[in-house]
Design a protein around this ligand. Structure first.
Ligand code: GMT
Length: 380
């Protein structure tokens, strides 16, 4: 199959899922064409069957903001025509579903039909999508999609509850490449971070408000008062500076390492004892899944799709949003009990296996076939 994939190239989860999916499909022999305004973070283009098409913006003094949607739709049309795409798969509804619809209409006028699938990831529905600024066009372009998927049961329900959706939504959860995430710890790295055998806590995110990075710092502060510990923070974003400032105020800067944007997150996960994800909302929590794949239990909030991934009392703990005290207490009790920690580590890894790439990617392939059949198109 020849598949076009549209995604955000940033470190956000939707871009990561789109890129990993495209790479996995290419490995299975499909021809995959990524379309984005920058090379996606995890994309390695020197791989068989993978192509990358950059959306370029022609500048003009009249534009205060370059018209991204028009440039993207035009690029989709161009790639669809010349690479003979069978299907377009867009990740994150805003504005990608609308641009896919526009491209479909342009191609239709040229006598070509390009079915498109929209994958809903989270904040496109829970935060941004609800804003009246976007809601009507977003609802329309989701309904016009030839297929719609959501990354968790919760997100599917949330979409149906909040938008006038007239078509079915297939749930296909996110996945993990276990080959990549089953790493043995680099002992010299662990010794450098925790020379006296301190416990290592980790948080990775794009440091947006929704991630509650401030809570991560407060939870760690409470833990560090009770046991020797280190906190590693991977990623960057608007809340980072505030988090760094709070570490200084609490006098814990020497126990906290801000690693910034780091792609081989598996190397950091491999030396970690516990993962913290105190988000306000999380439609899936890919970061939690990647942690569990590395045998790292997760303390998270009981929100969104997280209870579908993190099994409370087995692969970690789920607490109320903002309940820093409870999260710190649960972390302390787990880190202080070596045999329970070992059991949780094994259970976390076993749970991650249910989301193995080799189980989930075929579900996308099957869904593509269904969509093509329903659209009355035969695969090239
Ligand atoms: O909102 C984000 O944190 C980024 C966003 C993204 O870029 O797409 O992440 C969402 O999609 C991820 C991949 O499906 C999910 O794992 C995240 O849970 C989801 N984020 C939220 O719902 C907050």
């Amino acid at each position: 199959m020849r598949i076009g994939i549209v995604c955000y190239p940033t470190y956000g989860g939707s871009g990561v899922v789109a890129t990993e999916l495209g790479k996995a499909l290419a490995e299975k022999g499909h021809e995959v064409h990524f379309i984005a305004y920058r090379t996606p973070a995890r994309l390695d283009t020197l791989v068989e069957n993978v192509f990358y098409h950059e959306v370029t913006f022609a500048d003009y003094p009249l534009f205060e903001r370059a018209p991204y949607e028009t440039a993207l739709s035009s690029t989709i049309v161009d790639v669809a025509r010349f690479a003979h795409l069978d299907l377009l798969h867009v990740h994150y509804a805003i504005p990608h579903a609308a641009t896919a619809f526009m491209a479909q209409q342009v191609l239709k006028a040229q006598g070509l039909f390009l079915p498109y699938i929209t994958t809903l990831h989270g904040t496109d529905i829970t935060l941004v999508g609800r804003d009246a600024t976007y809601a009507s066009v977003m609802t329309f372009s989701i309904n016009q999609s030839n297929g719609v998927t959501a990354v968790s049961q919760w997100l599917r329900q949330e979409t149906l509850n909040n938008f006038a959706i007239t078509r079915s939504i297939e749930v296909i959860p996110n996945f993990v490449d276990l080959r990549r995430f089953r790493k043995s710890p680099k002992e010299h790295f662990r010794r450098a971070i925790a020379p006296r055998g301190e416990k290592i806590l980790l948080h990775t995110s794009n440091f947006r408000k929704v991630k509650r990075t401030g809570d991560v710092v407060e939870i760690f502060y409470r833990i560090s008062k009770q046991m020797p510990a280190r906190l590693l923070l991977v990623g960057d974003g608007p809340e980072r500076q505030q988090a760094e400032q709070r570490c200084r105020e609490l006098g814990i800067s020497d126990q906290v390492v801000f690693l910034g944007k780091l792609d081989p997150v598996e190397d950091v996960l491999a030396i970690s004892d516990l993962f913290l994800l105190p988000s306000e909302t999380e439609s899936f929590g890919l970061a939690a899944l990647e942690a569990m794949a590395c045998h790292v239990p997760v303390i998270a909030t009981k929100v969104g799709g997280l209870p579908e991934i993190v099994l409370d009392g087995q692969t970690g703990y789920l607490c109320a949003v903002g309940d820093i005290g409870d999260m710190a207490a649960k972390a302390l009790s787990l880190l202080g009990d070596e045999s329970r920690l070992k059991q949780f580590r094994a259970q976390a890894a076993a749970q991650a296996e249910r989301y193995d790439m080799h189980l989930i990617v075929p579900r996308y392939e099957a869904y593509y076939m269904t969509v093509l059949q329903q659209a009355g198109v035969s695969e090239r």
